[in-house]
Write a protein that binds this ligand. Structure first.
Ligand code: B12
Ligand code: SF4
Ligand code: SF4
Length: 345
């Protein structure tokens, strides 16, 4: 009976658009509390203070909702149809992480999770569900590994032998007891392609990330000026970074992403176009996109670092226009960019 509902649920997940569903239990990840503690104690979360809050839940999914009996983990593909590293060669254009080219995954994944959850509750009345994607104090990668969706690679993200690296995760906690899937084991072997490609050397050890050095953190989460040593290594990456994912040889087996809404809002726009955005222009341009979250000032700060790294002296005038910007991090980035361009060519 339980197997029947589990298999029907997996089929429904696929029909809704998820690439795969696997099930684990809330208590299946006993080591994460200790690893989260070590990550936080070393300060590797940088300014992401919210990671150090509610650690009794983040490090222990069984405590988050004691009535939950199963955790249904879902993978949603956004596999690119082009080489994501190509944008890095166009230095007067912005390299934007593949996941942020279209609609915000938080919205799309959450909608699907709710739809799948409703489907389950119609068949199992009397039970309850809670859906999570990204923002709750839930460590989704170790749960997904325990459920068998893939393994956490040396770059710390979840990958799979047949899905590759390009997928988001979502979770449905439920009071319903479902048959559990087997955890996946690691298949990185002696490969270290993701570690070697990282432009900022953000991996202190394989399987461990120092977020403070990660360009994804620096462009999306970090407030204020970025350490000059690191900004010089960011190249033209102005929102997120895909290098460690793109380097992974398991992508050869990746399945195509079919959700077209993850494309189409932005691709690789010219840096000067983005540098000219004011608040209203920024909001209009990035409506529905995850980029909207960082606001105009942080985006323009990142664009100015990219201009400074571009080696294109014709962009110095674009930077000069922003040296007196009311946002101090933008003004600082503009001065840095002008100086760098003037002393390079
Ligand atoms: C905070 C966060 C970030 C931070 C920190 C990332 C990190 N690795 O911790 C920053 C801003 C840098 C970031 C970047 C990115 N993120 Co992010 N992020 C998160 C978030 C909200 C929490 C992650 C977390 O709990 N980190 C805390 C650390 C301690 O946990 P951990 O990484 O799992 O660490 C493990 C290892 O270090 C390991 N470990 C420690 N010591 C040892 C020792 C040994 C021997 C071993 C084997 C293991 C080991 O154990 C830890 C626990 O499992 C999750 C969503 C969520 N709620 O889970 C999304 C999430 C992980 N991010 C996601 C994505 C897509 C990205 C980016 C690819 C986006 C981009 N293109 O720019 C990059 C990838 C960068 C990278 N290499 O990790 C996806 C990943 C999907 C997937 N397939 O895995 C998630 C799951 C969001 C989602 N719902 O889809 N992210
Ligand atoms: S996302 Fe980029 S900067 Fe961050 S760890 Fe991966 S390669 Fe390094
Ligand atoms: S690039 Fe190599 S080491 Fe990194 S996650 Fe992929 S298989 Fe593992």
């Amino acid at each position: 009976m339980k197997t029947t509902i589990r298999n029907a649920l997996a089929a429904e997940a696929e029909a809704i658009g998820f690439a795969r569903m696997r099930v684990t239990s809330p208590g299946a990840v006993p080591r994460i509390a200790e690893r989260l503690r070590a990550f936080l104690a070393a300060g590797r979360h940088g300014q992401m203070d919210w990671m150090a809050e509610r650690t009794h839940w983040r490090g222990n999914p069984a405590a988050l909702w004691p009535e939950a009996r199963s955790v249904i983990m879902l993978a949603e593909l956004y596999t690119p149809d082009h080489d994501p590293l190509q944008a890095l060669r166009q230095r007067d254009r912005a390299a934007i992480s593949v996941y942020a080219h279209g609609r915000d995954y938080h919205d799309l994944v959450k909608k699907r999770l709710k739809r799948l959850g409703r489907w389950l509750l119609e068949r199992e009345p009397g039970h309850e569900i809670k859906v999570f994607v990204d923002t709750a104090p839930v460590m989704e990668k170790p749960l997904a590994e325990a459920a068998g969706l893939g393994w956490q690679g040396k770059h710390t993200n979840l990958l799979s032998r047949d899905l590759g690296s390009w997928f988001f995760l979502g979770a449905i906690f439920t009071t319903l007891e479902l048959p559990l899937d087997k955890p996946e084991t690691e298949h990185c072997g002696s490969c270290r392609a993701c570690l070697d490609i990282c432009p900022t050397n953000a991996f202190p050890r394989p399987f461990q990330l120092d977020a403070r050095r990660c360009i994804s953190y620096l462009t999306i989460e970090h407030k204020g000026p970025v350490d000059p040593e690191l900004r010089a290594l960011m190249g033209n990456r102005i929102y997120g970074c895909d290098d460690c994912l793109a380097a992974c040889p398991w992508n050869k087996f990746a399945q195509a992403g079919t959700e077209m809404r993850y494309r189409g809002i932005v691709d690789a726009p010219p840096l000067e176009e983005l540098a000219a955005l004011d608040d209203a222009g920024f909001r209009a341009r990035f409506s529905g996109s995850p980029i909207k979250r960082i606001g105009r000032d942080r985006l323009v700060r990142n664009v100015l670092y990219a201009i400074g790294n571009s080696g294109k002296s014709r962009l110095a005038d674009t930077a000069r226009r922003l040296v007196d910007d009311p946002d101090e991090a933008v003004a600082d980035a503009a001065r840095w960019a002008v100086h760098r361009l003037m002393h390079r060519d």
